[in-house]
Ligand binder design. Structure first.
Ligand code: IPE
Ligand code: IPE
Ligand code: MG
Length: 237
């Protein structure tokens, strides 16, 4: 358990990477890695909600992940189905509010419907906000915000010369949510892979070689301890 004296970031985002490598190490198919990854998602989310984090954003599927082999995509969609059904009852005791970010229209109609239902039935919960990024891409998100602003300008609802960075933030999927304080990436890569590009301007980045299915409570605690050592200056001194 975390030392009570530590500062708990308000918004933590996690790039849940390394499921495929986790499976490969065990000579298992990649989809089994995703299965263990999904199980870990459930456990660690509960733990994080108890630490006092107010917003948790998890990267589950990117706009580029459609490039993967059809059997892997099929396995992932089956898993999403199962976890979405479970989410209808899951996280209730922890009062976790589930929000989906990303373009959900690209999913099958049944998956799309489940996403809407899962979000709807959790909408009045008062605990941690869990943003699940599914078919999420930050460039796609920024393009959508720009299109929206252009249309508003065309309709005379906004003056182009008065547009501020807040106007852009408000039109992102994460509109109204504070920027992430800490971005954790498992699996060792040192890149954002199209995740929260606009929102991460001053986020602290933390990378661990631990693969996602192995990322447990103590690994999260380590990231929080490291975050507490950082000196955030936001351009000041
Ligand atoms: C992350 O694990 C999960 C998704 C992108 C859906 P990966 O599947 O990318 O695992 P590695 O990076 O190949 O090990
Ligand atoms: C990022 O991981 C996306 C998710 C974790 C959902 P990827 O495995 O897709 O990223 P790259 O391809 O290594 O950059
Ligand atoms: Mg990966």
């Amino acid at each position: 358990m975390l030392d009570k004296k530590l500062y708990i970031p308000e918004h933590v985002a996690i790039i849940m990477d390394g499921n495929g490598r986790w499976a490969k190490k065990r000579a298992l198919p990649r989809t089994i890695g995703h299965k263990f990854g999904a199980e870990n998602f459930r456990k660690i989310t509960r733990y994080i909600s108890k630490t006092g984090v107010k917003y948790l954003t998890l990267y589950a599927f990117s706009t580029e992940n459609w490039k993967r082999p059809p059997e892997e995509i099929e396995g992932l969609m089956k898993l999403f189905h199962q976890y979405l059904i479970d989410s209808l009852t899951d996280f209730k005791d922890d009062d976790i509010k589930i929000v989906y970010i990303g373009d959900r229209t690209a999913f099958s109609p049944s998956l799309h419907k489940l996403i809407n239902e899962s979000q709807e039935q959790a909408k009045d919960r008062k605990g941690m906000v869990l943003n699940i990024a599914m078919n999420y891409g930050s460039r796609d998100e920024i393009v959508r915000a720009v299109k929206q602003l252009c249309n508003e300008a065309k309709d005379g609802k906004i003056d182009p010369d008065s547009i501020t960075s807040k106007d852009i933030s408000d039109r992102l999927y994460t509109g109204g949510i504070p920027d992430p304080d800490l971005i954790i990436r498992t699996g060792g890569e040192m890149r954002l892979s199209n995740f929260l590009l606009y929102q991460s301007a001053y986020s602290e980045y933390y990378s661990t070689d631990t693969l996602w299915p192995d990322f447990h409570e103590e690994d999260f605690d380590k990231a929080i301890i490291e975050f507490n050592r950082r000196n955030r200056r936001f351009g000041g001194v």
